[in-house]
Design a protein. Sequence first.
Lengths: 331, 634
Amino acid sequence: MTIPVTQCLIGLHEVHHSLEDYQGGVPRWCNGCGDNAILTAVQRLCRDEDLAPERTVFVSGIGCSSRFPHYMSTYGFHGIHGRAFPVAEGVKMARPDLHVFVNTGDGDCCSIGAAHWIHAVRYNMNLTVLLHDNYVYGLTKKQVSPTSPKGMRSNTTPRGSDLEALNPISVTLGIQNVSFVAQAADWIPELLYDIVAAAYRHKGFSFIRIIQRCPEFLPKMLEPWLQDPSKTVILTHENGLRLSGEMSRIYKNTREHDPLDIDRAREIASEPDVIPVGILYRNPAVPCYEELRGAGQARPAERIRAGFEAELDTFTIWPDDGGEVEAAAVA
Amino acid sequence: MTDTLTREPIRSPVSSKEAVALDEHIIEVISDSGEGAQRCGQSLGAIAAKSGNGIWTVEIIPAEIQPPARSVAGASGVRIRIGRQRVTNGGDETDLVVAFNEQVLLGRVRAGEFEPGATILLESMWAEHGDPKIAAAYTETVDGLVDAGYRVIEVPLETECRKLVPDPRRGKNMFVLGMLCNLYSFDLRLAREQIGITFGKKEESVIRQNVELLDAGWEWAEEHLDLRYEIPAERAREPQIVVNGNTALALGILASGMDICAMYPITPATSASHYLSEMFERVGGIVHQAEDEIAACSFAIGASYAGKCAVTITSGPGYSLKQEAIGLASMAEIPLVVVNVQRGGPSTGQPTKVEQGDLLAAVFGSHGDAPKVVMAPSSIEDCFYSVITARKIAESFNIPVIVLSDASLATAQQPFPRPMFSEDWLAPPVDQAPVPDGVRPYEWDPVTGISRRFVPGQPGGMHTLTGLAHDRESRVAYDATSNEEGLRHRSLKLVALQKTLRPPPVFGDPEGDMLVVGWGSTMGVIEEAVTRLRGEGHRVSSMHLRFLQPMPPGIKEILQGFRKVMTVECAWSDRLDDELVDEDNRRYSPLALMLRSRYLVDVDCWSEARGQPIKPGTVCDAVRQRLEHEEGLR
């Protein structure tokens, strides 16, 4: 197929970005850390979607995962522990024109920031959320996390933890206004990329829990899943993930799941000892808070002036007020 | 204007009683919660203001929404000080009270809020109440009040109102307003107009009924009360607006061009957000009620970072929660305006009561060295202008600016000249111009510490902002030099701002026996006290600080002009007459502590934390006492 000359010329003026355009500082994560795979998937996504680096913002909290923005060469906001969601919401409300991503960890999102997580789902702002879940506090050197399996030994639970693990996807699926929930694993980069891309393309709060390895503190924990691909359940659907031929030869344990079916999604999310990978739920019909609130509308100075004067009028005592009452009486 | 008010022949009835001319009077209307004393009192304040009088209203608010009826703690109402000229504070004791039952009076009497011999107009229905206990309590209280020297006038409010409305509980307040218009010689036409404004959204029949109640109250007072006063007004020549401090704050937010406010409900700050929400519906802008205080502050920071400076409004407990986020704004140099409408503390403290207890939390709060600007409006008018200034400073210096209002300013109403809108008040559009090559995100000016911030959308400005120690490139930097460079430049911004401030004016002579120093809502009280003391021949002056961090230049020189310096604050300080308290261990009130440490002057303090605005008479007593003590030492 030949391309018309004019189109070629137009193409010359378009700015296209390569992977290097999104690569920031050299990652300081440990060797084998799952965060590296997430970074690669996201940089690929930015390139493939050709996101303008100056119009893209990665907002994070605190923790290993929250170093993520430093390794991008877009705008980044590495804030305080647990508060990535409200910061990202503020960014999006002020500037709905920006592509806003959130990087958060299991401690950041599910523990110290849990209240914000629940409400962020409810607001359903157009954000792409990457929950880097490695089941442990890494930056502070191995403490139990809300997602740690019961019995996990850590520096604060030397005899093993006492509590059942919190399940981030079943929690998210239980919140009103949920619009996109997916689960990915760092050791399946092809699917990780597909899921991140689907999340980005969904308009609304796209929540991906990415199960990731922590080679430093939990080196063996996910070993069975790495050794045996059939332990991972891949959720496929014509409106969800579609496996390539190569992938379907490796991952044979697949299950058809329609992402519109929230009841089934909740069942899958709650099954014990199963790691489902794929899109559990997607509902493009849920309205976005920033649109409901009319974010991004220009407010020219004249409008402010007129509004301000009208407000003042309701509180003003004019020097000749008495006279006005007289006049009204005559009328 | 509604039909009722225009159709009827509007004339103001003329009283046949002789009026006693007064310079000022303090009137209180109190009832159980929900009986409308607040609406009555606020309307009286508006009528007085429209008549050209100076006013200051103070709300009397129970802590609960529906406190039990006829309870001491349930007193709800308004106190209005009406004067010939501008009134700058709530004044001393109340001269005339209208009470809907005797119980709501008791707390006020015990707190010494009433002038000895004050007139009390009291609903008389309780005397014949079916419950003998209630009837007995009423009689006992009335006798007690009479014995204590108050002039109690029993008024059959219920009986009179029942002639006009089936449920007098929802109408007495306008009857009382009519009575008060008669007593204070206010033009009844203004009162009718006020009813039109108050009930403007209601049906015509509601307005008519309230006007009838108003007229009936006037007639009853004309016939049955031998009192009549007049507070001749000296009208202002310029248009005035009458609003409370929280409304003024919200108007200031609109006028500053800020268009995103993130908040979480908290007394006594919330009414500012109520009004702002309503106003933004009409003018544009977003009030986001966040899931909590931390989220509200973080949301505002995110919005500021990506666009124009945003604001968050809170009170003490919420302010404590925001501290970490405020530190982030300080560290990462994000403009932010935080309004703290202070209430009684610590902890949940006294939600509806006034206190200036958060000064040190505002100046020094947040861990590490987190410079921020702290301002405090000193009047209702100042509530409006402070926010505009705060936004400008926040964006010029990329720094959080804390505005410390309080429960006294929040609900008090006072007329001030109608602001003339200026486009200079507005925030400039968000900068989206490309960043020149080689310019770094923290290109700190070596003298002022100021750098230009990069906003998402600006090509070439991409960087990751961080709350970690960072260098000029905004890269995480743990080395000693980078850390100190950051600290130094962030601190320099306060110094640079300080150089732009003017020395505070001294009220009174620049030299004398005592300088009273205050900040925030107490300005009117302190200046009135100083005027009285100077009238008695005392060599006393005062100075009021609007900027607490940085403090303006010239203060040390001012302090040195006086033998003694004493702060007056509505906050806690240890009392020297407590057995174990001495000069060594005494905990000073916040401003005194700050002045002592900065200027090495032996600043004394007098403070009270009674939950009520300080009275000028109390300040006079305190100053006289300290002056006598000084005299004794000499």
